[in-house]
Design a protein. Structure first.
Length: 103
């Protein structure tokens, strides 16, 4: 026996269910679109964070190299200052060992 299309109150019920199904389907599609957009934003944020970490690492390396060079120059300056002042041996540095522009 072939199925008959709904009639009367059954047709109203079927129409209402179809409308609800269509609305739920559209809502789900909207949620999927929002989810894909959010995933894309998160992926971009992760890439930005990775790039910033790499840049931070490089800047830290450069800072450490500059600090080592600065320390080396300070030690060289201290040796030259001692040599020019005639201090020899195991001299303990005192604040008076360092000259300022005003001295």
């Amino acid at each position: 026996m072939p199925s008959q299309p709904p009639t009367g109150s059954a047709k109203v019920l079927q129409t209402r269910q179809d409308a609800e199904l269509l609305a739920a389907s559209r809502q789900l599609a909207g949620m999927r679109t929002a989810l894909r957009k959010r995933e894309k934003e998160l992926a971009q944020r992760e890439e930005t964070e990775k790039a910033l970490r790499r840049e931070n690492l490089e800047l830290t390396r450069r800072l450490n190299a500059a600090q080592k060079q600065n320390q080396s120059l300070l030690e060289k300056l201290a040796r030259l200052t001692l040599e020019s002042s005639g201090v020899t041996g195991n001299h303990v540095f005192e604040p008076s060992d360092y000259r300022t522009i005003d001295d």
